[in-house]
Design a protein around this ligand. Structure first.
Ligand code: HEC
Length: 147
């Protein structure tokens, strides 16, 4: 009697464990983890020789990047190639550009080899997306956030 009860209990534990494992796989997809924004922030160190989130440097600022048309930020001198680019920046266009900037936009003045690792690009793009909510971006464009 005791033996039967305990084996039933074990069976319930096992089923609960399997269900939890299945739901984790369903959320993240097989072999995929959610992007890591903190790792993306570290990777952004590679961009900071030329970029800053809230002001233009060698390259244009990255606050407000998502949803912005490529080469459209007022006050920054883009290359003709970037200005002619019809892309709007989102996860897909950024992934393509950052993998190989000079191949994706021939003639761009962003002389950077790119990020070959897809996982690193995903983390970096998640960071760029999260950037808009950061204090430095909110301070840089208060008008945008008052609408
Ligand atoms: C060697 C300097 C340099 C480095 C390093 C660099 N960039 Fe750039 N970036 C530029 C320049 C210059 C431009 C303007 C390109 C043009 O006008 O063709 C630019 C443009 C961009 C744009 C287009 C912005 C817009 O408003 O259209 C994005 C996005 C971008 N860079 C992301 C990055 C990211 C992310 C990194 C780090 C992985 C990075 N860049 C590293 C110099 C650099």
């Amino acid at each position: 009697m005791w033996a039967r009860a305990s084996s039933r209990l074990w069976c319930q534990v096992l089923i609960a464990g399997l269900a939890a494992a299945a739901s984790i796989t369903a959320v993240a997809g097989p072999g995929q983890q959610a992007p890591d924004v903190l790792r993306g922030e570290q990777l952004y160190g590679r961009c900071m020789g030329c970029h800053a989130p809230a002001y233009d440097s060698v390259g244009p600022r990255h606050c407000g990047l998502f949803g912005r048309r490529a080469g459209s930020l007022p006050g920054y001198a883009f290359s003709a190639a970037m200005k002619a680019q019809p892309w709007v920046w989102n996860a897909a266009t950024l992934d393509r550009f950052l993998a190989a900037p000079l191949a994706a936009v021939p003639g761009t003045s962003m002389t950077y080899d790119g990020i070959a690792d897809a996982r690193e690009r995903r983390d970096l793009i998640a960071y760029l997306r999260a950037l808009d909510a950061s204090p430095q971006c909110r301070a840089a464009s208060p008008a945008k956030h008052q609408e």
